[in-house]
Design a protein around this ligand. Structure first.
Ligand SMILES: Nc1nc2c(c(=O)[nH]1)N[C@H]1C(S)=C(S)[C@@H](COP(=O)(O)OP(=O)(O)OC[C@H]3O[C@@H](n4cnc5c(=O)[nH]c(N)nc54)[C@H](O)[C@@H]3O)O[C@H]1N2
Ligand SMILES: Nc1nc2c(c(=O)[nH]1)N[C@H]1C(S)=C(S)[C@@H](COP(=O)(O)OP(=O)(O)OC[C@H]3O[C@@H](n4cnc5c(=O)[nH]c(N)nc54)[C@H](O)[C@@H]3O)O[C@H]1N2
Ligand code: SF4
Ligand SMILES: [Mo]
Length: 750
């Protein structure tokens, strides 16, 4: 058994406390056993952390295999083959930094600093190795700013309109709920550490309902699975409110004291009969009525809503609408009631100005480009570049092509693998192939993206560097200490940007500050009362500290919503000003309303999930259980666990296409095509196909993955991504096609 006790009396072992850096709500604290030679020999979940509870997930439990993987990049590299070929030669750090500085200076002189695009996401969500030192570097440079819209933006914006901040029910509180709705979330895959609290609630009699178009492992483990068509959650929530208000089941006292716009809401939902919602969602009307009644009459009732349901065109509005439910039912009153999307709002008072140093912009106001439109951003067509300019709300206009700014001439990628994870892969790759584009990639591995770099820089992993982590699924701030020395010549992102700053001749003291210095000062300079109990010494000693919040925290039990009105806003002035309907409404997904290709039959209110009325299927690509986005794909063990890139398809849809389980199928639309292995299963609703992701393209047939078929278009809010809103055609591959696609299968890079 892996327990710190195994090592406590072993003088040859040092135990180092750290925290998982990955883009996952759980932000687990861990302990690492390091032997006398400085090698990490074991890793396990921190036994004292109230959320981690001594357990890591199946991926990070094997973190040492990733860290010591033979494919780790250990030296800077310069490309010697064509872009995409993956042919490189080692160079020194001095050469690498000098080459980069020279190219960036040339580009600044010729096109201006906005021709440089930093491109990063959440390879690590650490404050320092994420955007800390990088922000200082790019602010000083005056580079284009990246709108980080690829994951959560639509949902977060929707939540904020109703609630004011991304604050909600504590993870620990779920143990006290009597009814739990898991809404658009695959807890057992993507938020594992919530599950023990849900199980504790079930032991006390709680019922768990999963609302998802897929019978995921979470839905299988729940008491009830409510299958709905993707992107129709808003209609379901409106009909639930119709029932709750119509039957007088709402908490009139809570509504009166702590909400704004009830009368308008009541009027709005009057037309949202369960029959109408049934025709849209595919959930039978009696089920909607039963769900609404159960929700309003069971206290405490908790909702775990996650990002799966907001990767559709109406995702922002759907989240805004669902988020009205707890206030209507008065669910906030009790410990264990309410809703959780993200805990990030609890950290919003963390002062990060010193960390990011926006003052280094010195009055410049560089453009923002939307990361979901990387394909357009890298285009030399000014009209497409203009479309990539960030315009998150209806009132924000796309600039005229003449005002879109310079073409992107340099791309600096860190903590991200855009060649695999970005929508519209063909457009992204066309950009990355441009010979006049100078691309630098900071990475652990030779990813799909690194294959297109001019210079690749080897980065350290969480076992090798300092950081502080701010979770988005609970409220424990955590410190990461390095457990081992950097592998080979790899360096922390922070040190790489320090070296690049020096090569560029930046002389601010802040670009020379050491990691420990930055983090210590960051902690010491916080003044908000929420951080009153968090000191550098405590973090060093204990590894993690909960924010200064009451033990059994009941947010909004007595209102106090951080909205403009101070109330939960059923009616939102701010939405009206931003160009939205100020009341909850249903905004259909693109697959349904988009180009009119698919028409549902809506005559009967009692329909049960009819198929789209054409040969098209809706395609979604949620996380594979053993990967974290594209991060663990490189490790053989995890690839073996996932099998191969596959497509879950309902038997009716399979039969209609002559597809049998195990057949190779081509999944395509006007943007591209990908080859996947069909898995025929009733775990997906008819009309929907599911391609678990995200495989590296180079591990996929023909070097193409599921982002071949996804689109760059923005969601209704926050310019969010529309990964789950694509229509596709699925066809069985002929034996000749199968052979051809196998022949061009890219070699294993590891
Ligand atoms: N193992 C693992 N864990 C992860 C990740 C990973 O890749 N692997 N990724 C991490 C990241 S970056 C994120 S953002 C989170 C994501 O965490 P989640 O949001 O929980 O994950 P998703 O799988 O994107 O979405 C959850 C579910 O939404 C369902 N869904 C899709 N469309 C709809 C819809 O329209 N309505 C409803 N009700 N449900 C819908 C999907 O079928 C899926 O089961 O997970 C994080 N954790
Ligand atoms: N089709 C489809 N596409 C999707 C999604 C989907 O559901 N379907 N999900 C989307 C979502 S929710 C997200 S969040 C994005 C995620 O997209 P990304 O943020 O690009 O996530 P990863 O693919 O895991 O890539 C992170 C990379 O960062 C590297 N990395 C990790 N730590 C460090 C570090 O300390 N330094 C450096 N330099 N590199 C590091 C890892 O090796 C890895 O290659 O993908 C999106 N793409
Ligand atoms: S990926 Fe998530 S569940 Fe796994 S160890 Fe990291 S934080 Fe915990
Ligand atoms: Mo994400």
């Amino acid at each position: 058994m892996k327990k710190p006790a195994n090592y406590l009396h072993d003088p040859s072992i040092t135990i180092v406390t750290g925290v998982c850096p990955h883009d996952c709500p759980d932000t687990c604290s861990w302990q690492v056993a390091v032997d006398k030679t400085g090698r990490a020999v074991d890793i396990w979940g921190h036994p004292d952390h109230p959320i981690t509870q001594g357990r890591l997930c199946g991926k990070v439990d094997r973190y040492l295999e990733r860290t010591y993987h033979p494919g780790r990049l250990t030296t800077p590299l310069r490309r010697i083959g064509p872009k995409g070929s993956g042919r490189f030669e080692p160079i020194s750090w001095e050469d690498a930094c000098a080459t980069i500085a020279q190219r960036l200076q040339q580009i600044v002189a010729e096109y201006g600093a906005e021709a440089i695009l930093p491109y990063s996401y959440a390879g690590t969500i650490g404050l320092l190795q994420g955007e800390g030192m990088a922000s200082r570097f790019f602010n000083k440079l005056g580079a284009t700013r990246l709108a980080r819209s690829i994951c959560a933006e639509a949902g977060i914006e929707g939540y904020l309109y109703t609630m004011g901040a991304a604050e909600g029910t504590d993870t620990q509180a779920f143990a006290h709920a009597r009814l739990i709705l898991i809404w658009g979330s695959n807890t057992l895959t993507s938020n594992l550490h919530l599950w023990p609290f849900i199980q504790a609630a079930r032991r006390m009699g709680a019922r768990v309902v999963v609302i998802d178009p897929v019978r995921t492992r979470t839905a299988q483990a729940a008491d009830e699975w409510i299958a709905l068509r993707p992107g129709t959650d808003g209609a379901l929530a409106l009909a639930m409110m119709h029932v709750i208000i119509g039957e007088g089941l709402y908490d009139a006292d809570y509504v009166e004291r702590y909400t704004a716009g009830f009368d308008q809401l009541a009027e709005r939902v009057q037309g949202w009969t369960p029959a109408r919602a049934a025709a849209i969602t595919g959930v039978p009307a009696p089920k909607i009525v039963a769900l609404a009644r159960a929700y309003a009459t069971t206290q405490p009732a908790a909702i775990r809503v996650n990002y799966g349901m907001q990767r559709h065109f109406g995702g922002g509005m759907a989240m805004r609408t669902i988020t009205c439910l707890p206030a209507l039912a008065g669910a906030w009153r009790e410990y264990g009631g309410g809703i959780q999307l993200s805990s990030s709002g609890y950290f919003r008072h963390l002062d990060r100005t010193e960390l990011h140093r926006p003052d280094l912009l010195a009055g410049r106001d560089p453009r923002w480009l939307n990361m979901n439109r990387l394909g357009d951003a890298l285009s030399l067509d000014p009209e497409r570049l203009a479309r990539a300019c960030y315009h998150p709300r209806p009132v924000d206009r796309i600039p005229a092509p003449s005002h879109a700014g310079p073409p992107v001439k340099a791309l600096i990628v860190y903590n991200c693998n855009p060649a695999a994870v970005c929508p519209d892969q063909q457009a992204v790759l066309a950009g990355l192939r441009r010979d006049d584009l100078f691309t630098v990639v900071l990475e652990h591995f030779q990813t799909d993206t690194a294959d297109y770099a001019d210079i690749v820089l080897p980065a350290t992993t969480q076992l090798e560097h300092w950081d502080i982590l701010k979770p988005y699924g609970h409220t424990f701030l955590a410190l990461n200490r390095p457990a081992i020395a950097p592998l080979g010549q790899s360096l922390p992102n922070s040190e790489i940007f320090r070296r690049l700053a020096a090569a560029m001749g930046f002389d601010e003291p802040c670009v020379r500050e050491s990691d420990e210095e930055i983090l210590r000062r960051f902690v010491e300079e916080q003044t908000h009362e929420r951080f009153a109990n968090i000191t550098w010494e405590r973090l060093l000693r204990e590894g993690f500290v909960r924010l200064n919040l009451p033990e059994q925290h009941r947010p909004f039990a007595q209102g106090g919503f951080p909205t403009p009105s101070g109330k939960c806003e059923f009616y939102s002035e701010r939405m009206a000003r931003d160009g939205y309907d100020p009341l909850p409404t249903y905004t259909p997904p693109k697959w349904l309303a988009g180009d009119g290709q698919v028409q549902l039959s809506v005559e009967s209110g009692e329909t049960n999930l009819p198929m789209p009325g054409s040969q098209h299927l809706i395609c979604i690509s949620p996380p594979a259980h053993s990967f974290l986005n594209s991060t663990f794909t490189v490790v053989e063990r995890f690839r073996a666990r996932e099998g191969e890139p596959s497509l879950l398809i309902h038997p009716e849809d399979a039969v209609a296409r002559g597809v049998a389980d195990g057949d190779e199928v081509s999944v395509s639309n006007e943007r591209g095509a990908v080859t996947l292995r069909a898995r025929v299963t009733e775990d997906v609703i008819p009309g929907l196909v599911v391609a678990p992701g995200i495989w590296w393209a180079k591990f996929s047939a023909g070097g193409r993955n599921i982002n071949q078929i996804t689109m760059q278009d923005e969601a209704d809010m926050g310019a969010g991504a529309l990964f789950y809103d694509a229509l596709v055609t699925v066809e069985k591959m002929t034996p000749v096609e199968t052979l051809a696609s196998a022949a061009i299968m890219a070699p294993d890079p590891s």
